[in-house]
Design a protein around this ligand. Structure first.
Ligand code: AR6
Length: 231
């Protein structure tokens, strides 16, 4: 009995140590607020049905390339679930490359609540938008427009009316918006990715040569817009 008691105490102690280490690393990631941070969803891979394996390659290439060329910025790929396949694919592919992993990493959480619920401060967030730059439609687009309130719709209209696949537009989030006040988000960058869903406009009908090119252009455009804001 005694031996069992000692053993379970040791296990508990180890668990406590593990928890502490986890908290510390979470703290290190989230407290580094000196770096301008962009949180972005995986563009085109849900409603637009883009292949996840191919998308993960494009994300890792574009993101590692960007953080190697720009100092003082961080990129964070976000998805809602711990079980997200795109997050695992990106993590695995990124692990095979050599770059500073504190400047590009994955994070599980709602992109509209990263600061309040996840303790991660991101000044800029990206939206997987539609070509009309309209609210609704589900996915991350609906979540961002809902969280930001009408102020974001007006601000978006002042910047652009429509978007072509592979392009992005940066919109300052008005200080009256809850997204700005509660989450500290100063800009939303709307991005239009390639579409493989026959029920949505501009479907590429499984043409992945064009699809990968357009997805690369979309991320490059997003990151360049972010770099301009970060300067
Ligand atoms: N926080 C973080 N990630 C999210 C969230 C959230 N709140 N919501 C979804 N995701 P999608 P697309 C992830 O479908 O494929 C819209 O209707 C999701 O798990 O939003 O580019 C627009 O109006 C996935 O990994 O974007 C367009 O018409 C990623 O965000 C169309 O969908 C992108 O999923 C764009 O489709």
């Amino acid at each position: 009995l005694e031996a069992g008691g000692a053993c379970s105490m040791q296990v508990e102690k180890k668990l406590d140590n593990l928890k502490e280490k986890e908290e510390q690393s979470k703290e290190r990631v989230s407290s580094d607020t000196s770096l301008c941070t962009l949180a972005f969803p995986s563009i085109s891979t849900a409603d637009f049905q883009f292949d996840l394996e191919k998308a993960s390659e494009v994300i890792v290439d574009a993101a590692t390339d960007f953080v190697q060329k720009h100092d003082n910025v961080r990129l964070v790929l976000v998805d809602l679930s711990q079980k997200s396949r795109i997050l695992s694919l990106v993590k695995d592919k990124a692990a095979k490359k050599s770059f500073d992993s504190s400047r590009f990493f994955t994070f599980v959480g709602d992109i509209t609540q990263l600061h309040s619920k996840g303790g991660l401060q991101c000044n800029v967030i990206a939206n997987a938008a539609n070509w009309r730059l309209k609210p609704g439609g589900g996915g991350v687009n609906a979540a961002i427009f809902n969280a930001a309130g009408e102020a974001l719709q007006h601000a978006t209209k002042e910047c652009a009316d429509t978007l072509r696949p592979g392009n992005s537009v940066a919109v300052p989030v008005p200080s009256t918006s809850p997204l700005h006040q509660q989450e500290g988000v100063t800009h939303v960058i709307h991005v239009l990715g390639p579409n493989m869903n026959p029920m949505r406009p501009d479907c590429l009908k499984n043409d992945y040569t064009k699809g990968c090119k357009v997805l690369h252009e979309a991320y490059n455009s997003l990151f360049e817009n972010f770099a301009t804001i970060a300067q």
